[in-house]
Design a protein around this ligand. Structure first.
Ligand SMILES: [Zn+2]
Length: 352
């Protein structure tokens, strides 16, 4: 079971960054996106410096998590004599900072500034090209030593990011269960711990119970326990659940769809659609599938392909073929054939 050493969430949690980081390092390298650091940067600086840490390097120019950017920052970190990396921002900045820390063999701290990503707690970085083409998920030497989720900062970010994060988190229960089933009786490697499956279940229950209320509350400017619970489900629970099990069909469908032209939608939106497809493919009871579709509909997450763009039939078939070749698809029990996947997609399109 892999996870961060410490996960701290709550209003004003950023004040604990310095005191907690001081236990693991003295010379910090702060890495982030320009917008994230313009918002949270002064609080990051204040918290670190007032706890006695020196900020030896500061880079607010991350736009994409690429190997050239990581190399550039590793060089800057080596020259500055840092012993701790603090990543601030969304997925790209966090993944870049974690990869830099891993290459420098120093601990990483992460500070989330929006909820579209569950990268903050995980021990891998998703690497892209300059043109945002997916290259690989790079396993790092460890998860971050410290994760700070200040819900004052996260609640002030556009609500669409939280909805996207919930769309991504929706997949983890179904993918973890599929993976567990695919590993049943296998003696050639990992099976997920029951703890990972319990977290995935907890994540799903929290999303269903509190997701819509959390969004309504945020729209009304109300900071409720549901908002805190949903941030935890996205930022912690889904992250640990997926990392200790596997992605499966929902993400394979995402990966297939993003290879074809004309697909709109964020990662979380497309994964939410992929989750519905996986549920139908698995032949889950209609009541269970309808509950998920209704939930997605209320949140504005896509429940059919036309919400992701006007896609010709041959493109959809090409996406299904790609999805079946995707490594994530190997976490499904049995072989998934493109025709069977297309049948599930067609069933989703004809309405549930
Ligand atoms: Zn995802």
């Amino acid at each position: 079971m892999v996870m961060p050493l410490r996960y701290i969430q709550g209003p004003g949690a950023i004040q604990l960054l310095g005191p907690q980081a001081a236990v693991i390092g003295k010379n910090a390298f702060v890495i982030g996106e320009s917008v994230a650091l313009s918002i949270a940067g002064p609080r990051v600086r204040e918290s670190l410096e007032s706890a006695g840490l020196a900020i030896r390097a500061w880079d607010d120019s991350v736009r994409e998590c690429t190997y050239p950017k990581i190399s550039e920052l590793v060089k800057a970190g080596t020259e500055s004599g840092i012993d701790l990396v603090v990543g601030v921002g969304g997925g790209k900045a966090i993944d870049t900072a974690k990869a830099v820390a891993s290459d420098l063999r120093v601990p990483a701290c992460t500070v989330g500034t929006q909820c579209a990503t569950n990268a903050d707690a995980s021990g891998e970085s998703v690497i892209y090209s300059e043109n945002h083409e997916y290259i690989e998920s790079k396993k790092l030497i460890s998860n971050p030593a410290l994760v700070i989720e200040d819900t004052d900062i996260l609640s002030a970010a556009p609500i669409k990011f939280l909805v996207q994060g919930m769309g991504d988190a929706l997949a983890c229960r179904f993918e973890a269960q599929a993976y567990a089933k695919s590993r049943e009786g296998k003696e050639d490697g990992a099976v997920p711990l029951t703890a990972a499956l319990a977290l995935a279940e907890n994540c799903y229950e929290t999303l269903m119970r509190s997701g819509i209320k959390a969004v309504d509350d945020l729209k009304a400017g109300v900071r409720s326990s549901e908002v805190e619970d949903i941030i935890e489900a996205v930022k912690f629970t889904s992250s640990i659940a997926f990392e200790n099990s596997s992605c499966a069909m929902a993400h394979a469908v995402h990966n297939g769809l993003t290879t074809i032209k004309g697909v709109r939608g964020s990662h979380g939106e497309i994964v939410a659609y992929g989750t519905i497809v996986q549920c139908v493919y698995e032949g889950r009871p209609g009541e269970e599938v309808r509950k998920i579709v209704d939930w997605c509909r209320k949140l504005g997450l896509p429940t059919s392909l036309n919400m992701l763009g006007k896609l010709p039939r041959d493109s959809i078939v090409a996406a299904a073929n790609k999805a079946c070749e995707d490594p994530d698809m190997r976490s499904m029990p049995g072989n998934v054939e493109p025709e069977d996947l297309m049948r599930a997609i067609d069933a989703v399109e004809s309405g549930i």
